[in-house]
Design a protein around this ligand. Sequence first.
Ligand code: ATP
Length: 503
Amino acid sequence: MFGGTFNPPHMGHVSAARACVRELSLDRLIFMPACLPPHKALPEETASPQQRLEMTRLAAEQVPGAEVSDIEARRGGRSYTVDTIAELRRLYPEAELWLVVGTDMLMTLENWRESERIMQLASVAAVAREHGERERLREKAAELAERYGARVRVIEAEAVPVSSTMLRRGEGWELLPADVAEYIRAQGLYPPSLEYLRAEARAALSESRLRHTLGCESMAARLAQLYGADEYAARAAALLHDITKEIPLDKQLQLCAEWDIITDYSEENLQLVHADTAAELARRRYRMSGEVVRAIKYHATGSAEMTLLDKIIYTADKCEETRGEYAAPERELALRDLDAAAIMCMERSAEYIRSRGGVIYGRSVQALENLKKRRENMENKAFTPEELLERIVRTADTKKANDIVAMKVTEQTTLADYFVVMTGTSSTHIRSLSEEIEKKLKDEGVTPHHTEGVTSSWILLDYTTVVVNIFLQEARELYALERLWGDAMNVDIEEYKIKDEGK
Ligand code: ATP
């Protein structure tokens, strides 16, 4: 019996199975796809037990004498090997049973449910997953034999280092049996390999745009490594970012209608639609994750809230190697400071559009503004919103502000994380409150992004993540901010106040 999740089955499984059939002269080898593996969580939205059974049947065709059993899939729930082996023992009372395991499974065999019983009911055939692992297997085999009387045989087979995890990430697809690969594609099961995506780009793009796309892939991969983003996601997004760019505009608009893509481009910005169609194609045809889809969608414009991957793809697109000397400053900067490079690219692109009398698309304006704002804040000092909030409340409380309320507004707006409202007893009091808060925070290196005496009875301090409103009582009632943000959650700030012992 060769148990596993087989999500998907690969040449590592096939080669291990073939070697066991050969070395142990097996009459029959039974692949046993688990319903739910007891030792690992299945990824979300992954292949169903039925699909895994189907794929394992296709892989089993490559192994002489192999068949696939649905005992575990039918039993449902967590699949414990001890139950299955006991059932096989009942079905084949005369048989000599072998349990096939790879290195990782032999190493943990002792921890399986009723492992000693498993070792009594079956002999174990251990196959190395990586090169040079056989010695380790032999040592473990001796240990299990001594401790539990297990009969373990280390199979002499060339290792095929591949895992289902890798394949689900789209890597190493050459190590999938061809029929299994075809099934995966037909069912749209896992994202495809980078090699496959490169071939798709090659088929869809002119030579020069392909060169740009591959340049973008290398740059995105480099930035992903540098800044800790997912390299596969970065490469895939780069490979697909322009995949629809050479489709004529009228056809792209047709696609938008078909796929319910809604955009608000003006006539002169209409060419930006390629980013939307490419993103949707990435989602539909290539099964890309949400983060890849959005990085493609925003690659040409940026967006108000850019993720790390968004910034990587945006920047790589603008300054990859084939853009030449013109983009060298951005390219060099990107390796040191991604945000600064993204800002530089955005400013350069805005300048170019303006120089040709064009209009800059609203989303790009927002993207640039927000990146700059965040940066200013970072340069100030990186306090978390909660740390800022605590300091503001404590200072206000020390200075006898009345009725301090803090609201968490992350659900309501991207403008800030917290809104703080407080009342002062006179114009002098509200001014001294604002001055004190500014001074206290400045001592710690934080200055507001923006301050405003909105009216003589309302002062606003904008610390980006926390916005402070200091009112006189009538103004507070008049503007009724708390009612305006009525859905926001009030934050318990009592402990911030208590901490201040000097009050
Ligand atoms: P995942 O990456 O999802 O954890 P996997 O590649 O380890 O999956 P499973 O279906 O969980 O595949 O493995 C089933 C059995 O096959 C286990 O005993 C495992 O050790 C063994 N096995 C997996 N890959 C190989 C391989 N490349 N060579 C030999 N044995 C393998």
